[in-house]
Design a protein around this ligand. Sequence first.
Ligand code: SAM
Ligand code: SF4
Ligand code: SF4
Length: 358
Amino acid sequence: MQSIASPTGAASPTTFDGRPGLLDMRGRALRDLRISVTDRCNFRCTYCMPAEVFGRDYAFLPHAEVLTYEEIHRLAGIAVGLGVAKLRITGGEPLVRRDLAALIAQLATLRTPEGKPVDLTLTTNGSALRPLAGALAGAGLQRITVSLDSLDDTTFRRMNGVDFPVARVLDGIDAARAAGLAPVKVNMVVKKGENESSIVPMARWARDEGLILRFIEYMDVGTTNGWRLDDVVTAGEIVAAIDAELPLEAAAPTYRGEVAGRWRYRDGSGEIGVISSVSQPFCGDCTRARLSAEGRIYTCLFSASGTDLRGPLREGASDDELRRILEDLWGARTDRYSELRSAATSHLPRVEMFAVGG
Ligand code: SAM
Ligand code: SF4
Ligand code: SF4
């Protein structure tokens, strides 16, 4: 382990945000934990869970192998004690898990070593937000990110793989706003030949609606989506397409470690973000760990395998023992897959995004 300041001790001069924390081999503090609450999903997005691979007989995790809410709460509490300040609930589709608001209510009670509430947010495909947004907000969810790849119904139905109408996601976004989960963030994955023509309409719509829109380069996560570099619409191409119609200028990052590059409309009407994990990797500032639904911890989205926490947890490990596993894992971390991405890395085994949590 390179260096570790006690999470309850004095601020470490080596962390970029000045908070004490656990550092990996490249000096990156553990700050974010993405928690996948299920590997199941009601969509079959072409870039994530292609329907040809994830058919009716696909074996998702049996219920007994998925962490309970109590187990998730305990592990999240230990991670927060080590310096995590932001929890993002994801999946699979997190809203397909029953009574998710009960988990939100538990996580909302967590406090950082400095006594602050954790930043608690959720990423969803938005399909079930209408009935659930109120309960989630009531349980303490602060913000929400909705994935939406096009406003064009035909394009959207094709990309989600299950013919789901875009109007229902838009209605879900309205429900989230009405419940106070604002500002709503919207993520759009751009894939060549599928939805480039939706870039500018999405930018106009988000600006007019006051939504925070972030474009995401199509990534080579997992091994089932048939990713090719040729299918990536780069951040530069996305910005150029918008700039041609709605002039943009670069904006400074709001904080170190922000994954989205920020661009502002020159007329002052808002801004967009672009997540360029392929064309301009940001591993140097990556402070994220991921907890899969079955209780494995991954220190990189492109890891081949994670470290099991469910086994020790169910065998009666103490908080100190679980904390030590996390400390040792993060302390030894050297991950920077996106910076090393090349022909040589393209065939390495890696976990699927729906399994590890996006
Ligand atoms: N089901 C939820 C959703 O779609 O928002 C949460 C899980 S999903 C795996 C999290 C995010 O990963 C989504 O915004 C999705 O668009 C993104 N994603 C999935 N596969 C991707 C890929 N190959 N490249 C880039 N982003 C991807
Ligand atoms: Fe499901 Fe989200 Fe993956 Fe789409 S991106 S298949 S909604 S987990
Ligand atoms: Fe972080 Fe791994 Fe992505 Fe790099 S490739 S930004 S280390 S998750």
